[in-house]
Design a protein around this ligand. Structure first.
Ligand code: CDT
Length: 322
């Protein structure tokens, strides 16, 4: 029997700095209800889905940012998400800012069962941007100020989603641009990668070397390549629109293991897209061109884990005639 799960990407429009969590949660509940009406068993929300993308705001006193962090889930404000999941029998993926009991800060995503249990947690590894205020930037990107590098690796778990057991994996936003992250998930036979993003529609560092339209193209290129090269479905969900005066692109997508876009959001506001994913479609790639056990050559990949930055190659020298 075919292993089909209907998945939903629940794109969110902007959440302004002064928008209370309860309002954002209300919008998310409405998207969950629509997902259920369309037969979805899983809803994927964006990165930092409960608040504005606060790393654009510089606060000299780091602790002042703590009100953007969750210390426990569910909380009074987020309980309606968990109640809705229980009522509708839906699993959901949520990105949020996590403050642990020890006072550590992470950019985190969780996969929650319909019963409200956290089945999988991931903390963002690739934190883009900078830690200090940069006066030349029109908009700051202070993820390195507000978050620690994630300490949970790239986990995969076989989870009941909809009526299926699915090898589910998580990454967050900038991770999607790193093939290493996809491959670590691929090496755990991932079948469905969930990721959320907040991506400015303008590259402030482009300096004329990157055309504006490539911003979305590079996001899609990374997700489509990651899905194809690791024989997995991917659900990539944006927070989009003009948030605190800054533009984030939308273009959320659901991608199949052949790297094709099955569904794409066309607005930059709250929007639900869904796709029926036949998980058996993961088999073709992983038993042929990307049969890792037969074709991978880890002995040639040492640099991937031993080296961080790129080195310069040796200069070619012409052979001296004797
Ligand atoms: N949230 C996030 O990781 N955004 C980055 C943009 C970084 S621009 C300094 C991304 O890769 O989409």
């Amino acid at each position: 029997m075919a292993r089909i799960i209907t998945v939903a990407a629940a794109q969110l429009g902007p959440i302004q700095r002064d928008e209370p969590r309860a309002e954002a949660v209300g919008r998310m509940v409405r998207l969950m209800e629509r997902a259920h009406a369309r037969g979805a068993g899983l809803v994927v929300f964006p990165e930092l889905a409960l608040t504005t993308f606060f790393p654009r705001h510089y606060l000299e006193d780091r602790e002042e940012a703590d009100h953007w962090f969750e210390t426990s889930l569910p909380s009074n404000e987020t309980a309606p998400l968990f109640d809705c999941a229980r009522r509708l029998g839906l699993s959901f993926h949520l990105g949020y800012a996590e403050k642990t009991a020890e006072g550590r800060h992470f950019n985190t995503a969780i996969l929650v069962s319909p019963g409200g249990e956290i089945m999988l947690k991931y903390r963002k590894v690739h934190l883009p941007g900078h830690a200090e205020y940069l006066p030349h930037r029109k908009v700051q990107h202070l993820e390195k100020r507000y978050f620690e590098v994630g300490d949970l690796g790239f986990p995969v778990i076989r989870a009941p989603l909809g009526c299926q057991s699915v090898n589910a994996g998580l990454m967050i936003c900038n991770d999607r641009r790193w093939p290493e992250a996809w491959r670590v998930l691929g090496l755990q036979s991932v079948e469905l990668v969930m990721l959320g993003y907040n991506t400015p529609s303008t590259n402030q560092d482009a300096a004329g070397f990157e055309a504006h339209h490539l911003r979305v193209a590079h996001s899609h290129l990374s997700i489509q390549a990651g899905a194809y090269q690791n024989s997995t479905f991917a659900v990539a969900t944006a927070k989009a629109g003009i948030e605190d005066g800054c533009e984030l692109f939308g273009n959320s997508i659901i991608v199949n293991p052949q790297g094709e876009i099955m569904a794409e959001a066309t607005s930059w506001s709250d929007e639900l897209i869904t796709a029926d994913c036949d998980l058996d479609r993961c088999k073709l790639g992983r038993t042929t061109i990307f049969a890792f056990d037969r074709h991978r050559r880890p002995e040639a990949y040492a640099r991937i884990v031993e080296q961080t930055g790129a080195i310069e190659p040796e200069e070619w020298q012409p052979r001296r005639a004797d």
